[in-house]
Design a protein around this ligand. Structure first.
Ligand code: GLU
Length: 421
């Protein structure tokens, strides 16, 4: 049995391993398969000097981890954040493997990251960082090998530099090497909002399951980046009252509702979200404990822990972020009857539309946004139903059920592929 008592909640890799163990134990996997698919296939750490605009030169460290490639090329974003280290990238890469398997798209899992604070860097510095990092990890990446994408603090702009850098070395334009690109170089319609849209689709399924009418519900969204902002905006459009939101600087609360677009405009024009006048100022921790029906953590890992899970009041949690809830917190939420749609299902909309983007690039044939959204809903609705069926059959949480589904798919791929040589 897995012991949660002494478990350290501050380490994403421990969280990944424990979530894996809880499900693998129920599946009764062959021990060698469990061991093989829990750990990364390969890892690359790179170090390189970066010249800042003021002439200063600093040694940077980055990583690319291919957790698994049994079901297809490695797939997963690139993160720029001061907290990035090899263990975090390992956890994030593992979560990508399970995410792609839950929604049954033909990818494995990978992740990359560079330890840096891009919010203090100029565009030119970020571009030099990106080009050099991509050059350093170029032995691993490629359209059939490992396909990066945006993650925390990276976006279409970064993906454009990646296409260019990779293409220069190849000698021809190769846009299928990354997803989440700008539209004019082969990006997909619907990709920018895909993670958030996916959160809304699974939220609708969860609400239907609980018999909850979403219109008029109160929602709290933690994080105001690509995922959090668009989730808030889509909720607002759907008639859900967004009573709380936040960025790294702090949180906002207004029981009468906050218009996400106006708050975004304020953040962009002043650089200071918490000074938005139409709401009360709170801390990020207070935000998570607000009275609401829907909570979407869309920031970083380790936000809901044994320290605050008991005070969470939401009925449904939809994990827009990767790894926001620790295993001990999961147990507390389960006892409180809070319905959690786990990250590997809830935020899989992003990588699902990344898959669509890659398919469109390979076919050189592009789809309408309606087509993208319709296919996305189809995939997520099916995955939600499959996970729910396992959760009910096994009398377990949606998280463990999602892991069971994903792990079994990856394990089966290993069984039928066998061992080389
Ligand atoms: N970074 C996103 C995630 O964690 C998207 C990855 C992708 O599209 O490959 O799922």
């Amino acid at each position: 049995m897995v012991d949660l008592g002494a478990y350290d909640e501050s380490r994403p890799l421990d969280m990944h391993d424990l979530q894996f163990d809880l499900a693998a134990e129920k599946l009764g996997l062959e021990p060698w398969i469990a061991e093989k698919i829990k750990r990364p296939r390969r890892e690359l750490t790179v170090r390189f000097p970066l010249r800042f605009d003021d002439g200063r030169i600093q040694l940077m460290e980055g990583h690319r981890v291919q957790h698994n490639t049994l079901r297809g090329p490695g797939k997963g974003g690139i993160r720029y954040h001061p907290r990035v280290d090899l263990d975090e990238v390992r956890a994030l890469a593992g979560w990508m493997t399970w995410k792609c398997a839950v929604v049954d798209i033909p990818f494995g899992g990978a992740k990359g990251g560079v330890a840096c604070d891009p919010t203090t860097m100029s565009a030119a510095e970020r571009e030099r960082l990106t080009r050099r990092y991509i050059w350093e990890i170029s032995p691993l990446i490629g359209p059939e090998q490992d396909i990066p994408a945006p993650d925390v603090n990276t976006g279409p702009e970064t993906m454009g530099w990646i296409v260019d850098t990779y293409s220069v070395f190849k000698g021809y334009t190769c846009n299928s090497v990354v997803t989440g690109k700008p539209l004019c170089i082969g990006g997909s319609l619907g990709r920018l909002k895909a993670t958030s849209r996916g959160c809304i689709y699974v939220l609708e399924e969860a609400a239907r399951h609980l018999g909850l009418e979403l219109a008029g519900c109160r929602a709290v969204v933690q994080g105001f980046g690509n995922v959090g902002y668009h989730a808030a905006e889509l909720l607002h459009e759907a008639g859900v009252k967004v009573v709380g939101l936040s960025n790294v600087q702090g949180a906002l609360y207004n029981p009468a509702g906050i218009a996400p677009r106006a708050a975004k405009q304020h953040e962009l024009s002043t650089g200071d979200l918490p000074s938005y006048a139409e709401a009360e100022r709170l801390t990020n921790q207070e935000l998570l404990e607000l009275p609401c029906e829907v909570l979407i953590p869309a920031a970083l890992e380790g936000q809901i822990t044994r320290a605050n899970a008991g005070r969470i009041k939401a009925r449904i949690i939809v994990e827009g972020a990767n790894g926001p809830t620790s295993p001990p917190a999961d147990d507390i939420l389960k006892d409180k009857g809070i319905f959690v749609v786990p990250d590997i299902l809830a935020n899989a909309g992003g990588v699902t539309v990344s898959y669509f983007e890659w398919v469109q690039n390979l076919q050189k044939l592009f789809w309408t946004e309606d087509d993208v959204n319709r296919r996305l809903r189809e995939i997520l609705t099916r995955a939600f139903a499959e996970v729910m069926a396992i959760a009910q059959r096994e009398r377990t949480t949606m998280r463990t059920a999602a892991y069971m589904l994903a792990i079994e798919r990856v394990a089966e791929a290993k069984r039928v592929r066998g061992i080389f040589p």
